[in-house]
Design a protein around this ligand. Structure first.
Ligand SMILES: [Zn+2]
Length: 197
């Protein structure tokens, strides 16, 4: 199978840092983006208001970007959306609260014409050659999901930010049974959030 198409996972931010989370998944001609976050500038970045991921690769491959999926609505996962979507527009997918928070940003920056697709946990959406399943997780914001991202090369699980809480305020626990079912089918790679705590 040496010549079969490969899945490439390209972190554009969020690795070895807490902020500007953004990852590109590339299979053949299709690119899927997970999250599009920002980070606040460090002390030595004088005059800089906000730092966003380096999207040079996406801009030069903009016609191949099929969509953006969002794990949840924190700034380090959605903060760069107005700047990136204005340059690389594509449909966006997320739970209702996540999309509402992104919508505020896009309106403020007058980024129009982006198709929104609201999902619920356990929904599965087809984006180019990818199928993305949203899996409910607990976090400090509602509407947070992990993702099972499948393409012909296999499945990657992206945890998003999460905790395992058996008594969450909203009563909706992390969907461990769906995660287990995804695991039973076989997973190529688990991308797991860590803030070193
Ligand atoms: Zn978060």
């Amino acid at each position: 199978m040496a010549n079969s198409p490969k899945l490439r996972i390209i972190p554009l931010g969020g690795v070895d840092e807490i902020g500007k989370n953004m990852t590109a998944f590339e299979y053949e001609d299709d690119i899927l983006i997970v999250d599009c976050g920002s980070i606040f500038p460090k002390e030595d970045m004088l005059g800089i208001d906000l730092v966003i991921p380096d999207t040079t690769y996406l801009v030069s491959n903009r016609h191949r970007v099929k969509g953006y999926v969002f794990t949840h609505g924190h700034e380090d996962h959605i903060g760069a959306t107005p700047y990136v979507l204005s340059q690389v527009p594509a449909p966006i997918y997320g739970t209702k609260l996540t999309l509402a928070l992104i919508d505020l940003k896009l309106r403020e920056h007058r980024v129009n014409g982006i198709p929104y697709h609201a999902v619920q946990p356990r929904d599965e959406v087809k984006i180019g050659q990818f199928t993305v399943k949203f899996i409910k997780v607990n976090h400090s914001i509602s509407g947070a999901c992990a993702l099972a991202i499948s393409c012909p090369a296999g499945t990657v699980v992206h945890s998003g930010d999460f905790k395992i809480d058996y008594t969450p305020v909203d009563g909706e626990v992390t969907d461990l049974s769906t995660l287990a079912a995804v695991g039973d089918k076989g997973v190529l790679c688990l991308m797991c959030e860590s803030t070193n705590n």
